[in-house]
Design a protein around this ligand. Sequence first.
Ligand SMILES: [Zn+2]
Length: 371
Amino acid sequence: MRPSGKTIAQLALLAFAAFVAFQPPGAFTVERWYSRWLYPIIQANVTSLSNRSPIAVFDVAIVVVLAILIGIWIRSIRLARKRPVIRSLWRGFVATLTVLAIVYLWFLAAWGLNYARPPLESTMNYDASKVTPEAVRVLAEYAIDRANSTHAAGHAAGFPAITATPETLMAALHDVEREFGRPRPTVFATPKWSICTPFYRASGVSGQLGPFFLETLLNPDLTGPERPAVLAHEWAHLSGYAPESDASFIGLLAALRSGPASEYSAWLDLVSESVNQLQPVTQRVVLEKLAQGPRDDQAAIRERLKTLVRPVEQVAWSSYDRMLKSQGVEEGVRSYSRVIQLLIGTDVLKIPQAQSPSPAPQAPSPKPQVP
Ligand SMILES: [Zn+2]
Protein backbone atom coordinates (compact mmCIF):
# COMPACT_ATOMS: atom_id res chain seq x y z
CA MET A 1 0.00 0.00 0.00
CA ARG A 2 1.31 3.48 -0.88
CA PRO A 3 1.38 6.09 1.88
CA SER A 4 -1.15 8.89 1.37
CA GLY A 5 -0.17 12.54 0.95
CA LYS A 6 -1.44 13.17 4.47
CA THR A 7 0.83 10.47 5.92
CA ILE A 8 3.87 11.88 4.09
CA ALA A 9 3.08 15.38 5.41
CA GLN A 10 2.71 14.00 8.96
CA LEU A 11 6.02 12.13 8.78
CA ALA A 12 7.80 15.18 7.34
CA LEU A 13 6.45 17.32 10.17
CA LEU A 14 7.51 14.78 12.81
CA ALA A 15 10.96 14.51 11.27
CA PHE A 16 11.31 18.29 11.25
CA ALA A 17 10.21 18.61 14.91
CA ALA A 18 12.66 15.86 15.91
CA PHE A 19 15.44 17.54 13.93
CA VAL A 20 14.87 20.92 15.65
CA ALA A 21 14.66 19.24 19.07
CA PHE A 22 17.96 17.38 18.67
CA GLN A 23 19.78 19.88 16.46
CA PRO A 24 18.66 23.37 17.60
CA PRO A 25 20.09 26.40 15.80
CA GLY A 26 23.23 27.96 17.33
CA ALA A 27 23.19 30.81 19.85
CA PHE A 28 24.61 33.33 17.39
CA THR A 29 22.02 32.52 14.70
CA VAL A 30 19.18 32.66 17.22
CA GLU A 31 20.34 36.00 18.64
CA ARG A 32 20.81 37.66 15.29
CA TRP A 33 17.87 36.37 13.27
CA TYR A 34 15.30 35.41 15.85
CA SER A 35 15.69 37.33 19.13
CA ARG A 36 16.80 40.60 17.56
CA TRP A 37 14.73 40.52 14.40
CA LEU A 38 11.88 38.05 13.99
CA TYR A 39 10.77 37.60 17.61
CA PRO A 40 10.19 41.33 18.33
CA ILE A 41 7.97 41.51 15.20
CA ILE A 42 6.04 38.37 16.18
CA GLN A 43 5.74 39.58 19.77
CA ALA A 44 4.37 43.02 18.91
CA ASN A 45 1.69 41.54 16.65
CA VAL A 46 0.71 38.51 18.68
CA THR A 47 0.51 40.33 22.05
CA SER A 48 -1.43 43.21 20.45
CA LEU A 49 -3.95 40.61 19.26
CA SER A 50 -4.16 38.59 22.49
CA ASN A 51 -4.47 41.83 24.51
CA ARG A 52 -7.86 42.28 22.85
CA SER A 53 -9.18 39.17 24.53
CA PRO A 54 -10.30 39.62 28.14
CA ILE A 55 -9.73 35.91 28.79
CA ALA A 56 -6.43 34.08 28.38
CA VAL A 57 -6.19 32.70 24.84
CA PHE A 58 -3.67 30.28 26.36
CA ASP A 59 -6.57 28.66 28.25
CA VAL A 60 -8.63 28.39 25.07
CA ALA A 61 -5.66 26.78 23.29
CA ILE A 62 -5.23 24.22 26.08
CA VAL A 63 -8.91 23.28 25.95
CA VAL A 64 -8.89 23.07 22.12
CA VAL A 65 -5.75 20.90 22.00
CA LEU A 66 -7.14 18.58 24.69
CA ALA A 67 -10.45 18.33 22.79
CA ILE A 68 -8.58 17.47 19.57
CA LEU A 69 -6.55 14.75 21.33
CA ILE A 70 -9.64 13.25 22.94
CA GLY A 71 -11.42 13.40 19.53
CA ILE A 72 -8.49 11.59 17.86
CA TRP A 73 -8.68 8.73 20.36
CA ILE A 74 -12.46 8.39 20.31
CA ARG A 75 -12.26 8.11 16.52
CA SER A 76 -9.34 5.63 16.62
CA ILE A 77 -11.11 3.38 19.12
CA ARG A 78 -14.34 3.44 17.08
CA LEU A 79 -12.35 2.62 13.93
CA ALA A 80 -10.60 -0.24 15.73
CA ARG A 81 -13.93 -1.99 16.13
CA LYS A 82 -14.47 -2.17 12.38
CA ARG A 83 -10.93 -2.32 10.95
CA PRO A 84 -7.62 -3.92 11.97
CA VAL A 85 -6.98 -2.87 15.57
CA ILE A 86 -3.24 -2.27 15.30
CA ARG A 87 -3.57 -0.04 12.24
CA SER A 88 -6.36 2.05 13.78
CA LEU A 89 -4.48 2.57 17.03
CA TRP A 90 -1.25 3.31 15.13
CA ARG A 91 -3.10 6.06 13.26
CA GLY A 92 -4.30 7.51 16.55
CA PHE A 93 -0.74 7.41 17.86
CA VAL A 94 0.71 9.17 14.79
CA ALA A 95 -2.09 11.78 14.87
CA THR A 96 -1.34 12.45 18.57
CA LEU A 97 2.37 12.84 17.85
CA THR A 98 1.52 15.21 14.98
CA VAL A 99 -0.58 17.44 17.24
CA LEU A 100 2.21 17.48 19.87
CA ALA A 101 4.79 18.30 17.17
CA ILE A 102 2.67 21.24 15.97
CA VAL A 103 2.34 22.52 19.55
CA TYR A 104 6.11 22.15 20.07
CA LEU A 105 7.03 23.95 16.82
CA TRP A 106 4.50 26.67 17.59
CA PHE A 107 6.05 27.11 21.06
CA LEU A 108 9.54 27.41 19.56
CA ALA A 109 8.51 29.84 16.82
CA ALA A 110 6.38 32.05 19.07
CA TRP A 111 8.85 32.35 21.96
CA GLY A 112 10.73 29.18 22.92
CA LEU A 113 13.73 29.76 20.63
CA ASN A 114 14.74 32.55 23.00
CA TYR A 115 16.06 29.78 25.29
CA ALA A 116 18.86 29.27 22.78
CA ARG A 117 20.13 32.87 23.03
CA PRO A 118 23.68 33.38 24.33
CA PRO A 119 23.68 33.61 28.17
CA LEU A 120 23.25 37.14 29.49
CA GLU A 121 26.69 37.23 31.13
CA SER A 122 28.36 36.71 27.76
CA THR A 123 26.87 40.02 26.57
CA MET A 124 27.97 42.02 29.64
CA ASN A 125 31.06 42.80 31.62
CA TYR A 126 30.79 39.77 33.87
CA ASP A 127 33.47 38.76 36.35
CA ALA A 128 32.77 35.37 37.94
CA SER A 129 35.56 35.88 40.49
CA LYS A 130 33.46 38.60 42.18
CA VAL A 131 30.84 36.01 43.16
CA THR A 132 32.00 34.98 46.63
CA PRO A 133 30.02 34.01 49.75
CA GLU A 134 31.12 37.32 51.26
CA ALA A 135 29.73 39.22 48.25
CA VAL A 136 26.43 37.34 48.55
CA ARG A 137 26.22 38.35 52.20
CA VAL A 138 27.02 41.97 51.35
CA LEU A 139 24.29 41.90 48.70
CA ALA A 140 21.78 40.43 51.18
CA GLU A 141 22.61 43.10 53.77
CA TYR A 142 22.35 45.82 51.16
CA ALA A 143 18.97 44.51 49.95
CA ILE A 144 17.70 44.46 53.55
CA ASP A 145 18.91 48.00 54.08
CA ARG A 146 17.22 49.19 50.87
CA ALA A 147 13.99 47.30 51.64
CA ASN A 148 13.89 48.96 55.08
CA SER A 149 14.41 52.44 53.68
CA THR A 150 12.01 52.15 50.70
CA HIS A 151 9.18 50.40 52.61
CA ALA A 152 7.30 53.54 53.69
CA ALA A 153 7.48 55.27 50.29
CA GLY A 154 6.48 52.08 48.47
CA HIS A 155 3.41 51.56 50.62
CA ALA A 156 2.51 55.27 50.44
CA ALA A 157 2.65 55.16 46.63
CA GLY A 158 0.36 52.10 46.60
CA PHE A 159 0.85 48.83 44.71
CA PRO A 160 -0.73 48.18 41.31
CA ALA A 161 -3.90 46.09 41.01
CA ILE A 162 -3.38 42.52 39.78
CA THR A 163 -4.50 43.38 36.22
CA ALA A 164 -2.81 46.81 36.10
CA THR A 165 -0.17 47.81 33.56
CA PRO A 166 1.90 50.46 35.39
CA GLU A 167 3.18 53.11 32.95
CA THR A 168 6.40 53.71 34.87
CA LEU A 169 7.31 50.01 34.81
CA MET A 170 6.65 49.82 31.06
CA ALA A 171 8.83 52.88 30.43
CA ALA A 172 11.66 51.49 32.59
CA LEU A 173 11.56 48.09 30.86
CA HIS A 174 11.63 49.80 27.47
CA ASP A 175 14.78 51.65 28.58
CA VAL A 176 16.47 48.50 29.91
CA GLU A 177 15.67 46.34 26.87
CA ARG A 178 16.90 49.08 24.53
CA GLU A 179 20.20 49.20 26.44
CA PHE A 180 20.45 45.44 25.91
CA GLY A 181 19.97 45.84 22.17
CA ARG A 182 16.28 45.08 21.53
CA PRO A 183 15.46 46.80 18.22
CA ARG A 184 11.86 47.75 19.07
CA PRO A 185 9.92 48.21 22.29
CA THR A 186 7.99 45.25 23.70
CA VAL A 187 4.21 45.48 23.51
CA PHE A 188 3.34 44.56 27.10
CA ALA A 189 0.58 42.09 27.86
CA THR A 190 -2.28 43.01 30.17
CA PRO A 191 -2.02 40.55 33.10
CA LYS A 192 -4.77 37.92 32.99
CA TRP A 193 -6.30 35.24 35.15
CA SER A 194 -5.84 31.67 33.89
CA ILE A 195 -7.63 28.36 34.40
CA CYS A 196 -4.20 27.21 35.61
CA THR A 197 -4.67 29.29 38.80
CA PRO A 198 -5.35 26.24 41.05
CA PHE A 199 -2.06 24.82 39.76
CA TYR A 200 -0.23 28.12 40.47
CA ARG A 201 -1.62 28.07 44.01
CA ALA A 202 -0.64 24.47 44.63
CA SER A 203 2.84 24.74 43.12
CA GLY A 204 3.84 28.19 44.36
CA VAL A 205 4.07 29.68 40.86
CA SER A 206 3.68 33.49 40.86
CA GLY A 207 2.90 33.78 37.20
CA GLN A 208 3.90 32.64 33.77
CA LEU A 209 4.23 33.70 30.19
CA GLY A 210 1.55 32.15 27.98
CA PRO A 211 3.96 31.09 25.23
CA PHE A 212 1.50 30.50 22.39
CA PHE A 213 -0.19 33.91 22.34
CA LEU A 214 2.48 35.81 24.30
CA GLU A 215 0.34 36.68 27.30
CA THR A 216 1.15 37.43 30.94
CA LEU A 217 -0.72 35.18 33.37
CA LEU A 218 -0.52 35.98 37.07
CA ASN A 219 -1.40 34.16 40.27
CA PRO A 220 -4.29 36.37 41.52
CA ASP A 221 -3.26 35.80 45.17
CA LEU A 222 -0.01 37.79 44.86
CA THR A 223 0.26 40.34 47.65
CA GLY A 224 0.60 44.02 46.72
CA PRO A 225 4.33 44.27 47.49
CA GLU A 226 5.02 41.20 45.30
CA ARG A 227 3.15 42.38 42.21
CA PRO A 228 5.53 44.91 40.58
CA ALA A 229 8.56 42.58 40.80
CA VAL A 230 6.60 39.58 39.49
CA LEU A 231 5.10 41.63 36.66
CA ALA A 232 8.54 43.00 35.74
CA HIS A 233 9.86 39.38 35.64
CA GLU A 234 6.99 38.17 33.43
CA TRP A 235 7.31 41.17 31.11
CA ALA A 236 11.05 40.53 30.82
CA HIS A 237 10.12 37.02 29.58
CA LEU A 238 7.89 38.74 27.02
CA SER A 239 10.79 40.96 26.01
CA GLY A 240 12.65 37.79 24.97
CA TYR A 241 14.51 36.69 28.11
CA ALA A 242 13.49 33.06 28.48
CA PRO A 243 15.65 31.63 31.34
CA GLU A 244 14.34 32.48 34.82
CA SER A 245 17.52 34.18 35.99
CA ASP A 246 17.76 36.38 32.89
CA ALA A 247 14.11 37.47 33.28
CA SER A 248 14.64 38.16 36.99
CA PHE A 249 17.80 40.17 36.29
CA ILE A 250 16.21 42.33 33.57
CA GLY A 251 12.98 42.65 35.59
CA LEU A 252 14.86 43.77 38.72
CA LEU A 253 16.86 46.38 36.81
CA ALA A 254 13.60 47.81 35.43
CA ALA A 255 11.64 47.65 38.70
CA LEU A 256 14.43 49.47 40.55
CA ARG A 257 14.01 52.37 38.12
CA SER A 258 10.24 52.65 38.10
CA GLY A 259 9.04 54.50 41.15
CA PRO A 260 8.72 53.80 44.89
CA ALA A 261 6.24 50.88 44.79
CA SER A 262 8.21 48.89 42.20
CA GLU A 263 11.51 49.79 43.82
CA TYR A 264 10.40 48.46 47.20
CA SER A 265 8.92 45.36 45.55
CA ALA A 266 12.25 44.66 43.83
CA TRP A 267 14.27 45.06 47.05
CA LEU A 268 11.87 42.88 49.02
CA ASP A 269 12.17 40.21 46.33
CA LEU A 270 15.94 40.51 46.38
CA VAL A 271 15.98 40.10 50.17
CA SER A 272 14.44 36.60 49.86
CA GLU A 273 16.48 35.71 46.79
CA SER A 274 19.83 36.68 48.34
CA VAL A 275 19.19 35.56 51.92
CA ASN A 276 18.12 32.19 50.54
CA GLN A 277 21.68 31.69 49.24
CA LEU A 278 23.26 32.04 52.68
CA GLN A 279 23.87 29.32 55.23
CA PRO A 280 21.06 29.05 57.85
CA VAL A 281 23.15 30.58 60.66
CA THR A 282 24.13 33.56 58.52
CA GLN A 283 20.53 33.90 57.35
CA ARG A 284 19.33 34.42 60.92
CA VAL A 285 22.04 36.97 61.74
CA VAL A 286 21.47 38.95 58.55
CA LEU A 287 17.66 38.90 58.83
CA GLU A 288 17.80 40.48 62.29
CA LYS A 289 18.36 43.79 60.51
CA LEU A 290 15.10 43.54 58.56
CA ALA A 291 12.64 46.14 59.89
CA GLN A 292 9.09 45.35 61.03
CA GLY A 293 7.43 46.72 57.85
CA PRO A 294 9.18 44.39 55.36
CA ARG A 295 8.87 41.57 57.94
CA ASP A 296 5.08 41.99 57.91
CA ASP A 297 5.08 41.92 54.10
CA GLN A 298 7.14 38.72 54.13
CA ALA A 299 4.71 37.21 56.63
CA ALA A 300 1.80 38.03 54.29
CA ILE A 301 3.65 36.26 51.44
CA ARG A 302 4.20 33.20 53.65
CA GLU A 303 0.49 33.25 54.50
CA ARG A 304 -0.34 33.25 50.78
CA LEU A 305 1.96 30.27 50.24
CA LYS A 306 0.07 28.21 52.82
CA THR A 307 -2.08 26.88 49.97
CA LEU A 308 1.04 25.16 48.61
CA VAL A 309 0.67 21.42 48.11
CA ARG A 310 4.12 19.87 48.53
CA PRO A 311 3.79 16.94 46.08
CA VAL A 312 2.33 19.23 43.39
CA GLU A 313 5.09 21.73 44.04
CA GLN A 314 7.78 19.05 43.72
CA VAL A 315 6.31 17.55 40.54
CA ALA A 316 5.85 21.02 39.04
CA TRP A 317 9.41 22.11 39.77
CA SER A 318 11.03 18.86 38.65
CA SER A 319 9.11 18.83 35.35
CA TYR A 320 9.96 22.50 34.83
CA ASP A 321 13.58 21.61 35.57
CA ARG A 322 13.50 18.89 32.90
CA MET A 323 11.89 21.30 30.43
CA LEU A 324 14.59 23.93 31.06
CA LYS A 325 17.35 21.37 30.63
CA SER A 326 15.76 20.12 27.39
CA GLN A 327 15.93 23.72 26.16
CA GLY A 328 19.66 23.85 26.85
CA VAL A 329 19.44 25.72 30.19
CA GLU A 330 22.02 23.61 32.00
CA GLU A 331 21.31 25.00 35.45
CA GLY A 332 17.62 24.07 35.18
CA VAL A 333 15.59 25.44 38.08
CA ARG A 334 18.81 26.30 39.86
CA SER A 335 19.10 29.16 37.37
CA TYR A 336 16.78 31.04 39.75
CA SER A 337 19.73 31.87 41.93
CA ARG A 338 21.96 32.65 38.96
CA VAL A 339 20.34 36.08 39.18
CA ILE A 340 22.43 36.64 42.32
CA GLN A 341 25.56 35.67 40.40
CA LEU A 342 24.57 38.05 37.59
CA LEU A 343 23.93 40.94 39.98
CA ILE A 344 27.27 40.46 41.76
CA GLY A 345 29.37 39.48 38.74
CA THR A 346 28.29 42.55 36.77
CA ASP A 347 28.37 44.88 39.79
CA VAL A 348 25.28 46.49 38.33
CA LEU A 349 23.96 47.60 41.75
CA LYS A 350 27.26 49.32 42.63
CA ILE A 351 27.14 47.99 46.19
CA PRO A 352 29.83 49.34 48.49
CA GLN A 353 32.04 46.29 49.16
CA ALA A 354 33.08 45.14 52.61
CA GLN A 355 36.58 46.16 53.68
CA SER A 356 38.11 42.76 54.35
CA PRO A 357 36.58 39.79 52.60
CA SER A 358 36.65 36.76 54.86
CA PRO A 359 38.20 33.53 53.55
CA ALA A 360 35.63 31.78 51.41
CA PRO A 361 34.86 28.48 53.14
CA GLN A 362 31.98 27.43 50.93
CA ALA A 363 30.32 28.42 47.71
CA PRO A 364 26.74 29.70 47.92
CA SER A 365 24.49 26.69 47.56
CA PRO A 366 21.78 27.56 45.05
CA LYS A 367 18.45 25.95 45.72
CA PRO A 368 15.10 26.22 44.02
CA GLN A 369 12.92 28.88 45.50
CA VAL A 370 9.34 29.88 45.09
CA PRO A 371 9.39 32.58 42.40
ZN1 LIG B 1 9.67 33.22 34.98
